[in-house]
Each structure stands twice: as C-alpha cells, then as structure tokens.
Design a binder for this molecule. Structure first.
Ligand SMILES: *Cc1c(COP(=O)(O)O)cnc(C)c1O
Length: 406
C-alpha cells in the first residue's frame, strides 16, 4: 500500500500511482488499466492526453511560456476573442482554477454593488452549492463544516434554495449586489435547475437591479451538450465563470462578463500566471475541437445513450433512477452504497475476466448516488463497458449491504 507522508493530507487518495492516460483510459505503475468516467472531475473534457492539447502545449512551450501578465500574448488574445465571439459576453478575465474565477466574479459583484447599488456587497448563493475552497469561494459555498473549522468565514453570502424563487426573494435587501448559482449543482449530486426557475431568477435580478452570476466551472465548455450551460436554459447571466474542462486538463479558468459588469481598474485583480500563453494555447485547442460542426450534437447523442443505458440498468436493479443534463449525469442508488461501489469498481473489478481485466473509475459525491463525467468524446462501446462494470460493482455492494443488515 502506497501512502505518502510528504504530500499534505488534503484529499482522500487511492493508493494508486497513475503513469499514463489516453482517451477514456488510465494506466497505473503496475500496468492496471482503468476505464475513467470521472476524468479529473471533468477537467479532461477530451479524455486523457488528447493529441490536439498536448501538441498545442508542446508547440507553445517551445516558443513562449509566460511573458508576464503586464503584456499581451498571441494565444491569450485569440482565446479571449474566440470566447467573446462564441458567447453572450463582452470581456474575459483568465485565471488558473475555478475557485479563482469565482473569486474574481465575487469581487466584481462587490465593486459593482458598492458603485452602482448604493454600497450593496452581498452575493446570494444556494444551499448545497460548491464554488471552491479559497476564503470568498469557501464562504460562498457555505458548508457548515467549513465555518466550524475555519470560521469566521467571509460575511455577505446569504443562502437560498435551488428551484425556489421565494427563498431567493426573501434574501434580497438593500445590501444585495448579486445572485450566484450553478445551473447544475454537480458536487451536491447533479441537481439541475428548472428552466422556469432560471428565467424567474433573471427577471428577479432585473427587477431589483442585481447581477446574475452563473458558476459554470463544471457545466461549461460542452459538458451539457451546448458550448455553455446557460444556452440550454435560454437565460443569460451577467457574469459566467468557466474552469475544469476548458483547457483539456491544463489549469485554466475564465470569467466572461457583460460590459456593465466589467468594473475593475488596473491593480484591483490579477495574478502572475493569469492568461499565460502555455495554457491559453491548450484552451484554444479545446475550443476549436468543441466548436467543430456536429461535435456538440454528438455530445447530445452520447448523452442520450448514456442516459438510456443508466435508466435501463436502474430499472433492472430496482434502483430509483438516473438524471442530469448532457454528459453530467447521476445514478441514484437508493441507499448509501456509493463509496463501496466506487472502491469495488476501482480495486476489485479487474479480476473479473468477463469484463476484460480492466478496472473502472467512478465518483460518488454523496453516498446515495454516483456522478458521471466522462470525456465528451467517450465512445458508445466504452459506455457499454462501463455499464457492465457498474452492474457488477453495484450487485456486489447491494449483496454486502444486505449481508450487513441481516
Ligand atoms: C470544481 C468546481 C469549482 C472549483 O474549481 P477548482 O478548479 O477546483 O478551483 C468551482 N465551482 C464548481 C461548480 C466546480 O465544479
């Protein structure tokens, strides 16, 4: 068993050292193969080591890695231009993680509220949200265990409930500057906003003169079968944050904003790595791939196939059902066996010769369910293979749970 005592203990890690990845497949140092339906929690939007991304990285690395944030680079200018042209927004801020993108969005909302809404500074966020782990992002996330451990948190993030407009209305006061939400709450278990809720929220923000911020770190860049998740709902926010899959696994994030929300002046926000051409070149490569004609149609077709396959498995095993939008999906297990399913699929499945000797990487953000974030170019046969491994792993976990209960 590999346990590192020099890496700070911040994440529960499996004792596996991964050495290589290609598409939907990962290989560890012992030569085991894993079919990956987590993909770095959705960062590898085109699978592991897609050739368009590593070629862009290699080419850019040989030319220019980081001239510094105080001048321009070609890749960065082109990426910002492409993002603006393909979206409803006017300006772009580039950063290195989803958390930082949200931090920027929250600072924009605070400055905007101070200037244009009588000194307002609060951003309403939702229960069960996930916006990141820095001070403001962690406070916006607002899990009770965070305040118990790290409190006092940053004030100014009152909470409302997903798909409940009156709960948002009740939090709006003279102090409110913005409402920030995920259109699908991924970490909370793939809970989707209703289109009617988002439309009413847009109206509410217009009526009260508030900024609407969508955290699309998980849902943007093709994940929901549209380039941006908001297109799926027909509702445009004032500020959009992107991360995870936008550079195919390289650390890049972005804030896209409408002109009226772009209130920073030089010196108020930024960072030394922000918008470096190494990662923006990777971002351009991903955007080019995802924007190819029929790419997103194929994502939607794959999503229907995955949805149907999960629904079939669910009814076969007597589970409550599946859900999600695009290739961000959920399977409800009906009992807290998620961690057992994940561990079995990863550590024990490969010994089943009927499944081709491969293991399976799955994710259980809460014990009653599994979340699926496959590569956007996953194949139907990989989906079939995953379903086989999943069936086996769930059956074992159900059997164990019954044995414990009796
Ligand atoms: C992952 C995630 C974040 C945080 O992004 P990092 O790149 O891990 O900092 C923020 N918001 C949402 C919705 C996410 O899924």
């Amino acid at each position: 068993m590999i346990v590192s005592n020099v890496l700070m203990n911040t994440t529960a890690r499996a004792p596996i050292v991964m050495v290589e990845g290609k598409g939907s497949w990962l290989m560890d140092g012992a030569g085991n193969r894993y079919l990956d339906f987590v993909q770095g929690r959705g960062t590898n939007s085109l699978g592991h080591a897609p050739s368009c991304v590593w070629q862009a990285l290699a080419e850019q690395a040989s030319k220019l890695i980081n001239p510094g944030p105080y001048c321009y680079s070609e890749a960065t200018l082109r990426l910002a231009q492409e993002l603006v042209e393909r979206s409803a927004f006017d300006e772009v801020f580039l950063a290195n993680s989803g958390t930082e993108a949200n931090e920027c969005a929250i600072k924009l909302a605070r400055k905007w509220g101070r200037a244009f809404r009588g000194g307002a500074h609060e951003t309403i966020t939702l229960f069960n949200a996930f916006h990141g782990r820095t001070w403001a992002a962690m406070s916006a996330t607002g899990r009770p265990e965070y305040s118990a451990t790290f409190g006092p948190l940053v004030p100014g993030f009152p909470k409302a409930t997903m798909n409940d407009i009156p709960s948002v209305e009740r939090q709006i006061t003279a102090r409110t500057a913005a409402v920030m939400i995920e259109v699908v709450q991924g970490q909370a278990g793939v809970l989707c906003a209703d289109p009617a809720f988002l439309q009413a929220l847009r109206q509410l923000c217009d009526t009260h003169k508030l900024l609407l911020v969508f955290d699309e770190v998980q849902t943007g860049m093709g994940r929901l079968g549209r380039l941006f998740g908001y297109e799926h709902f027909g509702v445009e926010p004032d500020i959009l944050t992107l991360g995870k899959g936008i550079a195919g696994g390289a650390p890049l994030s972005a804030v896209l904003a409408k002109e009226h929300a772009c209130v920073f002046v030089p010196g108020e926000h930024g960072g030394t790595f922000n918008g470096n051409p190494l990662v923006t070149a990777a971002g351009l490569a991903v955007l080019k791939e995802v924007s190819k004609r029929s790419f997103l149609q194929e994502v939607r077709d794959l999503a229907s196939y995955l949805s149907l396959s999960l629904a079939k498995l669910s009814s076969e095993l007597g589970l409550p059902g599946e859900g999600g939008i695009g290739l961000l999906r959920r399977l409800d297990l009906g009992q807290p066996i998620g961690p057992e399913v994940v561990a079995y699929a990863r550590d024990r499945l490969a010994v089943q010769p009927s499944l081709g000797g491969s293991a399976l990487l799955l994710n259980s953000p809460s014990p009653n369910l599994l979340r699926f974030l496959p590569a956007l170019n996953v194949t139907r046969s990989e989906i079939d293979q995953m379903i086989e491994g999943l069936r086996f792993s769930i059956l074992v976990a159900l059997r164990q749970a019954r044995a414990v209960a009796s």
